[in-house]
Design a protein around this ligand. Structure first.
Ligand SMILES: Nc1ncnc2c1ncn2[C@@H]1O[C@H](COP(=O)(O)OP(=O)(O)OP(=O)(O)O)[C@@H](O)[C@H]1O
Ligand SMILES: Cc1ncsc1CCO
Length: 277
């Protein structure tokens, strides 16, 4: 599995740099700047447009659409509906980041509405947000995952079963972030263990995982895009931790590590395992 996966990761990374796809993001203002820089760092082109009267035109020209529910507003809710419809008509892949569906009824209702339009290629969130959207009990508060929801050896099998069923119902690849990241589609289930607690010390790293994944999603392989989004961020976090003094320099080093990541380093540091089928 690993050799084949490494080739797929390399091909998608190279294609992203060669084709420089436009990535249309409708996202929160807290992490918007970090998300745009992450998309640039992997060779794609960010476009952060959210006015309801212009988003359809912009989505039509994009390689992928990222919808992030953080800090939601009426205007962005309307824009997300409009852009999602256009993307689905035009076959443009969509990533929906479920920021805060654990704490906000309107976000949960909007997420369900967007999922109900048809196929969202990737549903992403922290583990509590994924449990919530799958109709399971959860412990997250605000935009943070609950400690009780963390992935463990004990709950791995049950989670795999729950999320595989939800992936079959929605047709989406599911990406749940945390110390152990979980990636599930209708046939496969991977656990990724790269990263550092320092990634939780600056705001928006989850949103940036969404932005990286959306950049790779333009190559139209959602599972590989999600593996790349989460592993590039995790490994860059490990590298940045070594060379930074605190959250300020960590933020800068993180961007540099994403932009400068060599394929050999990615392959050498990747901590990934497939769970039993
Ligand atoms: N304890 C940890 N150890 C290693 N990596 C971690 C840890 N916690 C989070 N990460 C990594 O940090 C990144 C963000 O994941 P997290 O689950 O914190 O997202 P989030 O809660 O949505 O973040 P935000 O709300 O700040 O955008 C992911 O790459 C994840 O793998
Ligand atoms: C802090 C914060 N609040 C809403 S969105 C966001 C960015 C991280 O999700």
């Amino acid at each position: 599995m690993i050799k084949q996966l490494e080739n797929q990761l390399r091909n998608v990374r190279n294609a992203t740099k060669e084709n420089s796809p436009l990535i249309h993001c409708i996202t929160n203002p807290i992490s918007i700047h970090g998300c745009a820089n992450m998309i640039l760092a992997v060779g794609a082109r960010p476009m952060m447009a959210e006015h309801p009267l212009e988003v359809e035109d912009i989505t039509r020209t994009a390689g992928a659409l990222m919808l992030n529910l953080g800090n939601i507003t009426d205007a962005r809710m309307e824009s997300m509906r409009r852009s999602a419809r256009v993307a689905m008509e035009c076959g443009i892949p969509i990533l929906l980041d479920l920021v805060g569906v654990t704490c906000s009824r309107i976000r949960m209702e909007l997420a369900r509405e967007l999922i109900g339009f048809g196929q969202i290629q990737i549903l992403k969130g922290n583990i509590s947000e994924l449990l919530a959207i799958a109709g399971q009990s959860f412990h997250g508060t605000g935009i943070d995952a609950g400690k009780e929801d963390a992935m463990t050896d004990e709950n791995e099998e049950e989670r795999r079963r729950i999320f595989r069923t939800f992936s079959q119902q929605t047709g989406s690849v599911l990406l749940a972030t945390g110390a152990r990241d979980l990636l599930v589609d209708q046939e496969r289930c991977l656990i990724l263990e790269n990263g550092t607690t320092k990634l939780s010390g600056i705001t928006g790293t989850g949103c940036m995982v969404g932005a990286l994944t959306a950049a790779y999603l333009a190559q139209k392989d959602p599972f590989i895009a999600a593996v790349l989004g989460i592993s590039v961020m995790g490994i860059a976090g490990e590298l940045a931790e070594r060379s930074s003094k605190g959250p300020g320099s960590f933020q800068i080093e993180l961007l540099d590590a994403v932009a400068g990541m060599r394929q050999e380093v990615l392959e050498a540091k990747l901590r990934i395992r497939e769970t039993e089928a």
